[in-house]
Design a protein around this ligand. Structure first.
Ligand SMILES: C[S@@+](CC[C@H](N)C(=O)[O-])C[C@H]1O[C@@H](n2cnc3c(N)ncnc32)[C@H](O)[C@@H]1O
Length: 242
């Protein structure tokens, strides 16, 4: 399945190339903007993911589309022996590496440049794979999910955090105002890359969420897919077994 919303609609390059360029461009102020956009609520949702994962007592975790590395840092609380953060944008990973150096977490956390749709790991490698706000940027969603299934160990779990669209008043109306008006405005004021924030909003509106994403996970081969909508459905945590 390919998603045709691309960051720079006026360019002919493929989605993957454009997404990489866009995140390289905004890497310097991504963290600040992320907090403003979610009013800091994403931190609570990320911590919920960590609580779910703790119950598995994982030894190894792969955080795909790790960006500036916030998930691996929080995942340290699971006491996993090894956490790898993988991303396609070297700009985002530079920010992540600086954080890990400052926190002196290099023994537990490592960052690797790579593509979610062609993971550089053998089959059955990780106890847990996480993806926060990453899967809607994949060029080929099903290919990325199949790769995750491949590298998960037999009793491994996938935990996803992704934007979704609320179905009911007042979150439905609030969400529309937030993504269609506020998000592009924030982008215009704070970012050098104005198209990036239009893309982040547009891609959230067309991305399959909830039951649709659950069907795709099952089609790819995941089992026991559980949905946990957050704040009326502005984001959803998905937990799936291999
Ligand atoms: C919205 S950011 C999310 C970053 C981080 N996970 C977080 O929660 O803040 C999306 C990230 O996905 C990465 N990404 C997009 N497509 C990717 C791919 N095919 N493989 C690996 N990373 C990818 C981007 O470079 C970017 O860092």
């Amino acid at each position: 399945m390919s998603n045709t919303i691309k960051p720079y609609q006026d360019q002919t390059s493929d989605k993957k190339t454009q997404v990489t360029e866009m995140f390289d461009n905004i890497s310097g102020n991504y963290d600040r903007l992320n907090r403003v956009i979610t009013f800091g609520m994403d931190i609570g949702w990320r911590k919920k993911m960590v609580e779910i994962i703790k119950k598995k007592s994982p030894k190894s975790i792969l955080d795909i589309a790790t960006g500036t590395g916030d998930m691996p840092i929080l995942l340290k609380d699971t006491n996993a022996e090894k956490i790898i953060g993988l991303d396609i944008s070297s700009g985002m990973l530079s920010v992540a590496k600086e954080k890990i150096k400052k926190l002196q977490l290099q023994d537990i956390i490592a960052f690797e440049l790579g593509d979610a749709e062609s993971l550089p790991y053998p089959n059955d490698t990780f106890d847990v794979v996480t993806v926060s706000y990453g899967i809607r940027n994949f060029q080929d969603l099903e290919k990325g999910l199949s790769e995750i299934l491949r590298v998960l160990s037999a009793d491994g779990i996938l935990v996803i955090l992704e934007t979704s669209v609320p179905d009911h008043f007042p979150m439905k109306q609030g969400y529309w105002l937030h993504t269609k008006l506020l998000l592009p405005l924030i982008g215009k004021i704070f970012s050098k890359d104005k198209q990036a924030y239009t893309y982040l909003s547009d891609s959230a509106h067309v991305f399959p969420y909830g039951e649709k994403l659950k069907s795709i996970l099952i089609k790819v081969g995941f089992k026991n897919v559980d949905l946990k909508p957050q704040l009326g459905g502005v984001s959803t945590i998905y937990v799936a077994d291999k």
